[in-house]
Design a protein around this ligand. Structure first.
Ligand SMILES: [Zn+2]
Length: 442
């Protein structure tokens, strides 16, 4: 009975997708025919415009940017993903309503020597139904659209005070390129369905992507991989950095075969962890890629403006991204996820002045928690060897009580590599003490 019911429900779901695909009115021809370079240039100019005031999370500028992106997905007649609080927004439905692409979330962020600050924002999410037998599986293509706004606290030019940091490259470029690839997939859908998602709250600690990865609109088992674009607007010497190539056994071959003439100079790096949104999905044991044209002097300053972007370079990244996404969406087989063993790296996560390395991954979206919550530990790290785990909350480090990430980094700073230290964590309802031998950074 249940199986019959289940097969009926599955058939209904598949029919819904087919229905969505066949009844999906075509997007306006003009929208589909604008040359890529022109579309990208126009979109980054809007995203980096003073009107959006640097798209700080929780600001009107950020909400306007979300509405702009949702407006595009509406015009492309993309489908929405299910929204429990909005019944009109059915999974695979094409409602023509922009709000069906806005997925609200709230999160709070620890503040040094003050109460945590809470934010309400939204991710923008749309679905491009696949075609054929693979349509019930998904590839996620994402890019964060938030930036610093007028907040100088993590700006590299704090002397400019409340000046707008327009974030044309970070991450207007990734947002515009995801919209461009969505436009192409709308015209020519792939085998697997593609979920395009623009995250907010990335600059505050992967807030939007962590929320989305924790509340996926589809079963995680149905997700083939996640492709993240963060800072793809400054291609120089053809160099494109690709993180995550070891997060699946088949990924390197996919990354290389998508690199056709005129070839990019790919710098392929294995790890799936890192200071951008793909890490939130990697922590869910999903294969990930992060495309990146590298840092530059204008990063996180008021000089990260649209005029400095390499639009022709962005066209090449869009072409490359489309080929990678189609390869992931059309290949018959599923990828084989791999957790990457990495040496001590210069990740900011557990940096301490003293060169000490532990290998914890703080959970920045854990909200108002006393202590330092972990979303994971690095494979092979002193933290893993000592027995720390994802979900642990560090409440004591040596003799120091830990109430926030700031206490934690301060405590770490008092130790040297090879020191042995007792760490007390909250694990569920229990308090557990582990002994860790600290490593050396770099
Ligand atoms: Zn970024």
């Amino acid at each position: 009975m249940r199986d019959l019911l289940r097969s009926r429900r599955a058939a209904f779901g598949a029919a819904l997708l087919v229905l969505a695909a066949c009844h999906r009115a075509a997007p306006a021809p003009a929208l589909l025919s604008t040359p890529t370079a022109g579309q990208l240039r126009a979109d980054v100019a809007v995203l980096a415009s003073p009107a959006f005031e640097g798209r700080g999370t929780g600001t009107a500028g950020n909400d306007s940017a979300a509405a702009f992106i949702a407006g595009r997905y509406t015009a492309l007649r993309l489908a929405s993903v299910a929204q429990p609080e909005r019944v009109a927004c059915a999974q695979g439905g094409v409602t023509g309503k922009a709000e069906c692409f806005l997925l609200p979330f709230s999160a709070s962020v620890p503040v040094r020597n003050a109460a945590p600050r809470s934010y309400r924002s939204q991710n923008v999410v749309a679905l491009i139904p696949g075609r054929g037998a693979l349509a019930g599986e998904y590839v996620i293509l994402g890019a964060h659209f938030d930036h610093l706004g007028r907040d100088s606290s993590s700006a590299r030019d704090p002397e400019k005070g409340r000046a707008i940091r327009p974030g044309a490259d970070d991450n207007g470029s990734g947002t515009a390129t995801v919209m461009e690839v969505a436009r192409r997939l709308a015209k020519e859908p792939a085998g697997r369905s593609v979920i395009v998602v623009n995250f907010s709250g990335e600059e505050l600690g992967l807030l939007g992507s962590t929320h989305f990865a924790n509340n996926l609109p589809v079963a995680k088992e149905k997700v083939q991989a996640m492709v993240n674009l963060d800072m793809v607007g400054r291609l120089k010497n053809d160099k494109l950095i690709v993180y995550g190539v070891q997060t699946a056994a088949e990924m390197k071959a996919i990354v290389d075969s998508a690199n056709v003439e005129p070839k990019l100079a790919l710098a392929a790096i294995g790890d799936g962890e890192g200071p951008s949104d793909h890490a939130a999905f990697y922590r869910k044991d999903l294969p990930v890629l992060h495309l990146f044209t590298d840092l530059h002097d204008d990063y996180h300053t008021a000089n990260d403006v649209a005029e400095k972007l390499n639009i022709d370079g962005m066209v090449r990244v869009a072409d490359y991204t489309e080929r990678v996404v189609r390869a992931l969406a059309d290949r018959p087989g599923r990828l084989t996820f791999q957790r990457v063993q990495t040496a001590a790296s210069n990740r900011p996560s557990s940096r301490a002045g003293s060169g000490v390395y532990l290998g914890t991954v703080p959970d920045m979206a854990a909200g108002d928690v006393k202590g330092m919550p972990l979303s994971g530990v690095r494979p092979g790290s002193p933290a893993e060897q000592g027995g720390l785990k994802a979900g642990d909350i560090i409440i004591k480090f040596g003799t120091k009580a830990i109430t926030s990430i700031y206490d934690y980094t301060d405590a770490m700073g008092a130790y040297k590599p090879d020191d042995v230290v007792e760490i007390v964590v909250k694990r569920g309802t229990a308090e557990v003490t582990v002994t860790v031998k600290l490593g050396r950074r770099g």
